[in-house]
Design a binder for this molecule. Sequence first.
Ligand code: BES
Ligand code: ZN
Length: 969
Amino acid sequence: MFIFRKIDLVFHSSVMANSCRKLVFNIYIGFYCSAVIMPQKGICSQFTSSPIDEFNKDPEAFPVATNGEIFPWHELRLPTVVIPLHYDLLIHPNLTSLDFVASEKIEVLVRDDTQFIVLHSKDLEIINASLQSEEDVRYRKPGERLTVLSYPAHQQIALLVPEKLRADLRYSVAIDFQAKLADGFEGFYKSTYRTLGGETRTIAVTDFEPTEARMAFPCFDEPLFKANFSIKIRRESRHIALSNMPKVKTIELEGGLLEDHFETTVKMSTYLVAYIVCDFTSVSGTTSSGVKVSIYASPDKWSQTHYALEASLKLLDFYENYFDIHYPLPKLDLIAIPDFASGAMENWGLITYRETSLLFDPKTSSTSDKLWVTKVIAHELAHQWFGNLVTMEWWNDIWLNEGFATYMELISLNITYPELQFDENFSNTCFEVIKRDSLNSSHPISNQAKTPTQIQEMFDAVSYNKGACILNMLKDFLSEETFRKGIIHYLKKFSYRNAKNDDLWHSLSNNCLESDSTSSGFCYSDSKKTSNTLAFLRENVELKEMMATWTLQKGIPLVVVKREGRSLRLEQERFLSGVSKEDPEWGTLQERYLWHIPVTYSTSSSNEIHRHILKLKTDTLDLSEKTNWVKFNVDSNGYYIVHYEGQGWDELITLLNQNHTLLRPKDRIGLIHDAFQLVSAGRLTLDKALDLTRYLQHETSIPALLKGLEYLELFYRMVERRNISDVTENLKHYLLQYFKPVIDTQSWVDEGSVWDRMLRSTVLKLACYLNHAPCIQKATELFSQWMESSGKLNIPTDVLKIVYSVGAQTTSGWNYLLEQYELSLSGAEKNKILYALSTSRQQEKLMKLIELGMEGKVIKTQDLAALLFAIARNPKGQQLAWNFVKENWTHLLKKFELGSFPMRTIVSGTTSHFSSKDELREVKLFFEYLKAQGSHLDIFQTILEAISKNIKWLEKNLPTLRKWLLISI
Ligand code: BES
Ligand code: ZN
């Protein structure tokens, strides 16, 4: 079933700096792009010339500006004739009248003679624009006023110059502008919070990625146009101002206003610019290399900032070491914003977070909350290199940012926080995207994206998760050390510049340090250390060609293994869940798909990991010895699914039952995953996959046990939603009986390892959901005690959500929880309460929650998507949530951008679990209606496919499930 990645986020619940270093960068930057000095090399050569004279040839082909004149540019991408070098920004937000006035000076370089300058601007009122040549600046000659044309459909303005601008010269463009602080979550927007004393306060904050810097100041808002930024902010004395760089000085203006001047930034893309005016307080520390790290939050939440400080200091130290590149700024601020659309944003030097992604409250934050906070910090810090220092050329390759940041979470957390055992969770990152990537409507990792909506849609599981998974597969193939050298090479080579896929593959295949002798592009010194076969394989692989099969082609391969005596026959095909080989469309869907798959396998006869590259459709391998079983995809490091023909699955099931520890835990998790995937593709019968889970009674690895349980719970929820009562009852019975030993041994105390604690949360949540009497009794008892203590009693954090959910089933409990929701200062607690409230079986209560979410006071708009998702998961709320979305689409569109995370969560969260033909028809009709209205999203197709897949699954497997349960209970 398709579940959008974002959900994780919301309910996860969820000294002196080294200024010399930074100065060096700034000096270089001033000169970088003089076309005269470096006409062909460096950043300038990354721009291709554009047909600027087209306008003169055919003015008819051009759009009309708002004033009726012809707008001189018709493309969504900006011309590359004029490029920005430096921005001087002065911003004055007024937190009482909720607007801002601002002015900017952009120093630009003209690469070809031109009569106009086109830049981005959205919802800004341009008051005045003027232009000075370098000479004008030198002699302080006032600027010449420019005509400004506006073409809102492309979010562009054109500045018409009276006299042609000349190639290779620099000019300074000055613009005065103003706007209201935005109401949503993009651009320069307002956010509010309530103090302990009940006062509501306002702050102003930016969020620009991908295309919203243009809402805050007119700019060349594309990642390739890197420039330096000198920012000044005016504020009242009760506030502070923060930006990417440290403050150099504060000037007092007439009337008591203060003006903060920030140091000039390094060269960077517009989407990374940030500034905030607020009254927050902070805690600070310094890394071993002298970077000052501070965590900011609203004053009453100060006590929740300490974990984030510890984690970010540790992780920043780690990354500087791992990449062998200093973090180039003197400071790094991490700030918890009360209204935030996504989880976090990596603005250089000033990372913004949703409160639940940064703050940790020991009293109410659970283990999974801690994992989430640590993960998000690790992710955004990794972006300071992957994304900020080296940026993708265009949004089609956003995976170079997001895939890498997601991959680096794994690498950094394994080393800095081994106790979090994050590694065990990584396969889930891949499993999550496989759901999507095995539908025909998936897309390649590198995908065309033109409009802002299409660009936003690129921030999806394919870019994040699949990106990270294929990097992990490549690391496993090349060895961690070779891979690391390659990415260091890439980061160093493209620092302060932009890169594309091929640049990465090139750096990874030519990554030798000068001291290493090379052979076929790989470091000889590395290959020597590893097995001969591996060295041979690596040297004979054309990396670019291999990786193209993973990034330019959508989908995931299925490797079919058949043992024939001493040899293994391998065959690859495209894996499609919901389509079986007998279906008429199967053949067409397979055409032209081929991957270069670095397969690994282990056998019963030795501990060795065998490797091979499967480049062809079929291949044969020789087994040197006779073996009882073969297991492919060692440690689930590869991005492929494996099917064993003949006796393969039976041999493995026998092995699991006899001694499951002969396989590694991640191999066991992989087998459970693949088996159930193969059921959806009609390659394995459901009873075979269910039989495989029988060994789970003896499973010693908690992640493996949880994986098996996850599928059983998924089936339970599916039949429960559809009111298939006999199967629901029997499955409930089976789960409670079969997992009784695990359920009964759980304590209601925060104790044990991370995985012990995760197991406790999951198992007790399921037990209480299934109405298991001892569970309900214990939770009710704790809930009453909590109510009696007026919310002061500390309930163990890992069972907090369960206790609240049980408590929410009575009217008095529900009402009390809602009161506490309003009062709580912990985002972690609020999320748990909101989830609990959404599990009520009374529809009028669920409706009340939706109303509160739409109003945006008690329940903030930022939490609406998660709320609708949660209500849609509740069998009593699914129809309600879906009807609400249909009837209030235009209202929702006023709150969130069409392609944004929250909007996609709302659409898929309220539909993709459907599993009947009637529901499919309804959803289809609604999407068609939206399309006709001009609201189209690519995920519509994915959702329809997911629903069709659910329908087929039930048709095919319900009888089997029913039968299997009858013989199992
Ligand atoms: N760069 C993104 C933020 C973003 C998301 C910008 C979507 C534009 C559109 C940031 O680095 C990010 O990936 N945030 C994640 C958290 C992460 C730990 C997965 C998020 O917001 O979910
Ligand atoms: Zn990211």
